[in-house]
Design a protein around this ligand. Sequence first.
Ligand code: NDP
Length: 426
Amino acid sequence: MGTSSNSNAELNPRTTRFEFSGVIGATFLSLFLPLFTVWINTRITPGALLQLDLVYYFNWAQSAHLWIPYLVWFVTLALLDVVLPGKWMLGTKLRNGKQLSYKINGIANSALLLLVLATRWQLTSGQMPELQFLYRHNTEIAVITILFSLYLATFCYIKSFIPGTLLALGGNSGNVVYDWFIGRELNPRLCGGLFDIKLFCELRPGMLLWFLVNLSCLHHNYLVVHGGAHVNDALLLITLMQSFYVFDGVLNEEGLLTMMDIVTDGFGFMLAFGDLTFVPFTYSLQARYLSTCTRDTGASKLAGIVLLMAVGYYIFHSANKQKSDFRQGKLTQMKSIATARGTKLLCDGWWSKSQHINYLGDWLISLSWCLTTGFETPLTYYYSIYFAILLLHRQGRDEEKCQSKYGKDWDEYTRRVPYKIVPYVY
Ligand code: NDP
């Protein structure tokens, strides 16, 4: 008994360093972010259906018409994730020496979703009642996803106390609120390991719902605003650009296996809410704003926006690919620093421009999306501002991690590559 609790304490040391100013920050964000999501949605499309009494959403008899479609969506995607074929890949080595297997089947999932949508379009002669429902109840469904995230995070928190569970290094402080928020268990899994809650939530129910929310906006603009005769050009563009981004993420899901969210972070309310609510219901605000728009933007302005997105995507994609290829032992001719940890830090190509040149590309993409809405409201620019804060915070966390992991080798790397994100600026 004594030995097993000792080895458990060694494997899962107490967290002493707190993110987001600790318990106060975790409590504040758990309240503020959900309220902000609901608030900004009501501001973007005033008059949207919204039952303000929170008890309503806890009362099954009153809110079953919202809960049932969401649960069907979530559970169907979860079942498909388990059942549909895919290739199995190993994740990074964990600190208990194990490597988890992940089923990569984003292509099969996405193809099935698109097939169902095309069939429904045919069967309903373009009426698509599901999309109309999603459009009308958008903000109410956002509230449902907030409550669902709360339940899911609580379930994962309780599950993390099963003996032998590998905890996130940052989520074992012993404070209930903080650990629940930041995520206590590193890789919560169900069905004997077949179903990985974190990877699933990162890519399926939220990302694909974001795509559906955008589609519901396009459908509303086409059917209701323009009587089935036209669709706003900027709305069409944002839907195409964001669909590309969503499916690029879902189809290249193996890239996620080495990302901080999967490797380092536990799964708590922060990730559950981020994946299930924040992504679908705030990343879609540009489309939501444009859904009632009658005026077209014009080809020349849209061409400039496409160009900006293309530049951003090129930087984002080629930088990530260069690092991934390098890590897989390709690109041996590129300059690098051999570290005492045995791995190499690339300091050539994109990775000589800045330490996170990929973040710059990603941010340019976010800016191109906001620009589709013109300059009549600052609200749709929230995304670029929020994303800049997220990337700056992420860069700080990553720098701290790399500094403690690589020590002097990291100092040498930052000497050779001094800029953090934007070359010659920051
Ligand atoms: P990075 O892709 O920059 O990866 C950082 C990790 O890569 C480091 O911890 C280190 O890991 C390794 N590394 C760092 N520098 C080097 C180098 N020079 N050579 C080799 N390895 C290096 O960051 P993220 O994982 O945060 O982001 C990945 C992508 O996801 C980015 O493009 C980002 O923009 C995007 N993203 C998008 C979000 C969204 O909401 N849309 C949210 C977050 C990220 P190791 O310990 O293995 O050495």
